[in-house]
Write a protein that binds this ligand. Sequence first.
Ligand SMILES: [Zn+2]
Length: 279
Amino acid sequence: MEWGGYRCHAMETCRFILDGGAMFGVVPKSLWERKIPADDKNRIPLIARSLLLRGHGRTILVDTGCGTKFSEKELAIYGVTHIQSLDDSLTNYDLTPADITDVILTHLHFDHAGGTTYLQGEEVVPTFPNATYYTQRRQLHWAKNPTLRDRASFLVENWAPLEKSGQLRVLNGNELPLTNIELLFSDGHTCGQQLPLIKDTDSALLYCGDLIPTSAHIPIAWGMGYDNQPLVIMAEKEATLARAVKENWTLFFEHDPAICAVTLKEGRKGITQDQVVAI
Ligand SMILES: [Zn+2]
């Protein structure tokens, strides 16, 4: 599908499993397990789904999944499997990491920024040698000074090699130099999360990152236990969904194991999912 002059493709990078209760915060299990069933350890399957945009002379990747730097122990803890890796997904489009011109990082948690770098022998180096990587200044500051709450999600090897190679472009707000892509900002999950909105004439595609990680998280009160500021993210989600309905956006989900993207409708129950969209 196309938005804003870009051919848009969902790119699976890895699958993993997390505690279902942590993924749904205060929502009772009797409700969330109807959306995503849990295994016998109460864990639910998730995906790390990047977005590939090709157009205007650029080959852009949004987020990079967990990457390949985890030890056997860490792979087991998070149940990470690479049935289809980011490399496999790129190969499907006859691309190699060297073809990527730009990498937009929503935020620096390891399941979003883990694929920015990889182990070359003993050294951690950038995965995409010709790309500019974009993060927000407030997010980078937060990552370097994490709270106890999300310290485990920020791993310095996911950004320090990019700073060293000069490939990390630190943005102050809406400074992305890419045609037809606006950034939306959200602080509720982590400070300075940026979400790319690919704008067309009368529609748009929003990469929802961890503002709305799965289709089950569309209801305003369905947040994650991982969110740093639950009330803030509720207000951000409400405003985003209102604009999404008004401006005919399709929502792209990074972590939904089954549904990649949906359109929305407004009815008696507020704003809910309408059509499932294949991207
Ligand atoms: Zn996150």
